[in-house]
Design a binder for this molecule. Sequence first.
Ligand SMILES: [Fe+2]
Length: 280
Amino acid sequence: MQIQRLSPNFGAEVHAIDLNQISDEQFAQIEKAFLDHQLLVFKKQALSPAAQIDFSRRFGELDVHVLTQYNHPQHEEIFVLSNVVENGKPIGISDGGSYWHSDFAFQERPASATILNAQQIPEQGGQTLFIDMYQAYEDLSQEYKQRLQGLQAIHRYRSRRSNQEAGTQVKLNQDQEKATPDMVHPVVRTHVQTGRKALFVHPGMAAEIVGLSEQESNEILSFLFDHSTQEKYQYAFSWTPGDVVMWDNRCTMHKATTRDLPAHMHRTIFRTTVRGERPV
Ligand SMILES: [Fe+2]
């Protein structure tokens, strides 16, 4: 197994490993790399759906997406991201996550890891953008860190405070609405495995700060969103066939660009999501 940095700040590419069958020792190396680099890209994989589930389960219990219409017909743990239409029916969600977010931040126990397994990748387009939320936090002034201490934010599925962060076209049915009530999490969370602090408010889902006036809440969120989405914290990942990508939602956020992908450029990716701990 070889590890190569993707950018000066975060992210790494992993070569010479087959995720279909990994030893406990290899898993320990992967887990360490995952915690060190926040974003891992495994090149030249041919990971089967069952093996993707097995690999993902090594990191913890898997979550099943609330938009059940896009879950894999044989494996409910796999959420299908796709713009392919078969027999008049979309096989997956075509415009999911086209806004800055952290997976399942609207749940009591947000995702720790997300694992994406490329099935079909177009020649170009469909990049996934990532942000390093450790660095975004670390670069705040001491005064501002102090100001954020103890603050909590309300996370709401499809909050989309800003116009640029328009959500998916998919509408929730009543049961799905009920399954996604407002959730409160600390604005700064401490990663349970690394002990490092990271910002945990995302333009796509953080709606307001608890207990502050609307004006003060807006002021803080706008500042944090402008600060954390600066280009210096970003990494733009371009997909190639065979890629398996995993990231740590506790210290990164991400955004899809699939909305800009023309319909004839087919792209299908299988997603598994590991349930994390309640943020502290
Ligand atoms: Fe996502």
